[in-house]
Design a protein around this ligand. Structure first.
Ligand SMILES: [Zn+2]
Length: 140
């Protein structure tokens, strides 16, 4: 069984063209933790209120650790069965979750240009910056 995470009010209306619940932020993160969590060079992250996330089925396995570069504590939650990364949570900010967009079925969200690129000091050399995205060397 594969988990199907979704946002409580869903991303689209019945016509599939209007957002009912927008993420607080869409970011592209280049940090080492996002690389390790996703197995890729970046993670497309949706910051959402924790209350907007509902797990439809299955169970999560959660590990807590310290950020490799920044030192803050955070948790990574994976599908217990297939090990897909589902979300990251910052221990100091339990009111938000950071969902890895690639786990969602909604491809429209992946076509949305991220508002910000984070940790660009770790961007791999062959990757260009995203036009229109604010550039942040770290998280701020
Ligand atoms: Zn990151």
């Amino acid at each position: 069984m594969i988990l199907a995470p979704y946002l409580a009010d869903q991303f689209t209306d019945l016509c599939d063209d209007i957002y009912l619940t927008k993420p607080l932020q869409i970011s592209l993160c280049h940090c080492r933790e996002c690389r390790k969590a996703t197995g890729g060079t970046t993670s497309l992250n949706l910051t959402v209120p924790s209350s907007a996330f509902i797990l439809k089925s299955g169970n999560l396995r959660t590990v807590t650790k310290k950020h490799l570069d920044e030192g803050f504590e955070f948790s990574l939650s994976f599908c217990e069965e297939c090990s897909s990364p589902i979300y990251t949570a910052l221990c100091a900010q339990p009111s938000i979750k950071i969902i890895q967009a690639g786990t969602l079925d909604d491809e429209f969200i992946m076509e949305t240009v991220p508002a910000v690129e984070l940790n660009i000091w770790k961007r791999v050399g062959w990757m260009s910056q995203v036009d229109l995205a604010e550039q942040k060397n770290r998280y701020t």
